[in-house]
Design a protein around this ligand. Sequence first.
Ligand code: NAP
Length: 251
Amino acid sequence: MSESTAAEVTPVAVVTGASSGIGAATARALASQGFQVVLGARRVDRVQALAAEIGGTGMQLDVTDEESVARFVDGLDSVHVLVNNAGGAKGLDPVATANLDDWRWMWETNVLGTLRMTRALLPALEASGDGLIVTITSVAALEAYDNGAGYTSAKHAQGVLHRTLRYELLGRPIRLTEIAPGMVDTDFSLVRFDGDKERADAVYQGLTPLTADDVAEVIGFVASRPPHVNLDQIVLKPRDQASARRNIKTG
Ligand code: NAP
């Protein structure tokens, strides 16, 4: 390929769970940095509306469904950035009364969803000559907390999957960055508490959480480093939060 042709190739970034929160903000940030963004989520109307706004492509994607993933990645032959963001929590139950359906949802979405997407796009990431996999885990991937075992175990597993790839892909042109946020004000708690807005809002009252844009800005920084620089793991929390278990409300 001649130099002038290479310069015209627009790098492609895939963002899963781009219909709200961190994923939507990341899609915007990467588009503003010149990426051709491919947005996926189950709520296809939302990803298509955002794609139209930022000049990207919005497609239906359910990361828990093998066929949906296969349809989504079809035709994506060269991908520079994959952001494994689709995920979340369901419930806040102690282990003694754990809801197996909630656990299955969390493991299917956060862990196996990341596995499906990563496995499907590894050839395209390598083909780009400078691939980057960003996985959004959580402080819950680093710590345990009361009543959170369904989510913390899923996020730990997702983190280990991602960190294992750092070894397995050593020597190949793919970088890996784990982003582990603390509290971010998104629909996360609304989903966790099954649409109970009062309970969800209470999580963020009395402290100043991160915004989705705060996290997206960091992902944009990661994606704009030169090919030899690998930011392995970034933990970002609000000033008001010291750990998954302690913040200015808990003391
Ligand atoms: P959010 O606003 O609820 O966004 C979650 C996104 O995941 C939505 O776009 C949702 O889209 C998508 N999603 C869920 N299930 C999916 C599936 N089966 N297939 C495809 N997409 C799916 O919450 P968020 O805070 O931005 O969460 C983004 C990521 O950050 C998650 O992995 C979460 O665990 C992590 N995180 C969040 C926080 C926080 O405090 N907010 C902290 C640390 C880590 P559809 O419903 O349209 O499919």
